[in-house]
Design a protein around this ligand. Structure first.
Ligand code: ZN
Ligand code: ZN
Length: 124
């Protein structure tokens, strides 16, 4: 484990790894607040006849990278782990945000935290 990772070496949100050392809450490059990390923005416009238009453009805040100078924690949720029972089908209901998810779904469950809200959960 390298402790003094330099800022430009930090992973982006997409590259971040959830490990024992970082308590499944890795330090990452600061997510662009304008596009929330996706690198694109919907620009709302209006045609002369009044029709609303939405144009997907590259985010100006981050030039489409999805991150800006600085660092942040992947999750802002610092709460203690909460015990939750896993259903026979492998589903749990998050005690923080109330969403149900499968613990096999890597896009929802890091193995310790619910990705949607960052809540640590102790599976029982
Ligand atoms: Zn951006
Ligand atoms: Zn949750």
């Amino acid at each position: 484990m390298i402790c003094d990772v330099r800022q430009h070496m930090l992973p982006t949100r997409d590259e971040a790894e959830f490990t024992e050392e970082n308590d499944h809450n890795p330090q990452i490059r600061k997510i662009c607040p304008e596009c929330k990390g996706c690198g694109k923005r919907d620009i709302k416009g209006e045609l002369p006849d009044g029709t609303r238009t939405w144009t997907l453009t590259l985010c100006k805040g981050c030039a489409g990278k999805g991150w800006v100078e600085g660092t942040q924690k992947f999750f802002e949720n610092d709460s203690e782990a909460m015990p939750v029972k896993v259903s026979a089908m492998g589903y749990v209901q998050c005690p923080c945000c109330g969403w149900k998810f499968s613990i096999k779904d890597k896009h929802r469950w890091t193995g310790r935290r619910h990705i949607r809200c960052g809540q640590k959960i102790m599976l029982t």
